[in-house]
Design a binder for this molecule. Structure first.
Ligand code: NDP
Length: 323
């Protein structure tokens, strides 16, 4: 089968298509024939060696949808032909992948493989951020950075489903339009406008209840100034680079703030939570409440171009690869 690996870790040019044997499922594993692969920013961190793994070359991809081929010992509940999808199991940039059974969910009949691969990782991230990290309610206001990106687009829509007021930051007027279409109540062009002053103005000086920050280096410190006293700073990504060290005293000085750095893995490790989040998403898609903006579908062999486009801020919504 064909698979894309980083060999060695580095820039997008280090991504190579290799021919490897179709793997055999071990205990608790399921072999899935991949039909659609989700591209996520985290893939670029593994490719670059920023997130370290012991293997070499490094297998890429954390999300896909496809058809079960066979199940290993202890995973017999999964049968050949079942349609399934998953997030957070690495190695999806391939024609087949071994998936630990606890990551897999069954797809509803009506859901396409493309939609499933587009929603699992970023959709469940947006779900846990809006329903668990901070349980948004009507009356709450949140600030969502990169509001036209993959995770951002899902989060704006799900925060609206939860009833919150949403302020979204983006880099261009075109992306502001997309954030508005996603349901953002207000948008800020954070490259041109002072997003702290704008957020304060939009909240009548109060500040927001929660900031969801996937951008990191260029937004983290200013984001603290957008919060109300005892507000929650959620730093969940770093598309502009790492934040560096933080002195906890800053949380005191800026209003007894709370700070968390969550990961999807810890919010879907309980099977009941995985089911809750994925079935909410599937239901919202079926009801037309959650729209998936698939920006572009690339060939698996064009994974390097997908990474260049994502890192170059050229994309909105979701990127997919097709084996
Ligand atoms: P996005 O689709 O959001 O792409 C990144 C976006 O970030 C860009 O489109 C751009 O939007 C913005 N951005 C701002 N500054 C930069 C910069 N210097 N370089 C590149 N992009 C920049 O990607 P994802 O939705 O896949 O992921 C976003 C972040 O969220 C990543 O850091 C990812 O790792 C993290 N994440 C974390 C999860 C978790 O559970 N902790 C789960 C899922 C994602 P604009 O042009 O509008 O500024």
């Amino acid at each position: 089968m064909k698979a894309v690996v980083a060999d060695p870790v580095g820039g997008p040019e280090n991504l190579k298509v290799v021919e490897v044997p179709i793997p055999e499922p071990g205990d608790g594993e399921v072999l899935v024939k991949i039909e659609a692969i989700g591209v996520n920013y985290i893939d670029t961190y593994f490719r670059a060696g920023f997130y370290k793994v012991p293997e070499s070359p490094v297998r890429l991809g954390s999300e896909a949808a496809g058809t079960v081929v066979k199940a290993g010992k202890g995973a017999e509940a999964w049968q050949a032909g079942q349609r399934a999808a998953y997030a957070m199991a690495r190695g999806s940039y391939a024609e087949y992948a071994l998936v630990p059974q606890q990551f897999l969910v069954t797809l509803p009949e009506a859901m396409s493989f493309d939609d499933a691969a587009a929603v699992m990782l970023q959709g469940m991230t947006a779900h846990y951020l809006a329903y668990s990290t901070f349980a948004l309610k009507p009356g709450n206001t949140c600030l969502v950075h990169a509001a036209a990106g993959g995770a951002g687009s899902a989060l704006v829509q799900i925060a609206k489903i939860a009833g919150a007021t949403v302020i979204g930051t983006v880099s261009t007027p075109e992306k502001a339009q997309i954030a508005k279409e996603n349901g953002a109540d207000h948008t800020i062009l954070y490259n041109d406008q002072d997003f702290v002053a704008e957020t304060k103005r939009l909240t009548n000086g109060k500040g927001v209840d929660v900031v969801y920050d996937s951008v990191g280096k260029t937004t983290f410190h200013k984001s603290l100034d957008c919060l109300r006293p005892r507000g929650l700073m959620v730093t969940f990504g770093q598309s502009s680079g790492p934040i560096g060290e933080i002195d906890p005293l800053i949380l005191n000085q800026k209003g007894s703030l709370f700070l968390t750095r969550p990961s999807l893995g810890n919010y879907i490790s309980d099977p009941a939570e995985l089911k809750w989040r994925s079935s909410d998403l599937f239901q919202w898609i079926a009801q037309g409440k959650l729209k998936l903006n698939i920006h572009q579908i690339y060939k698996l062999s064009d994974a390097a171009q997908a990474h260049r486009d994502l890192e170059g801020r050229k994309t909105t919504g979701k990127l997919l690869l097709k084996p």
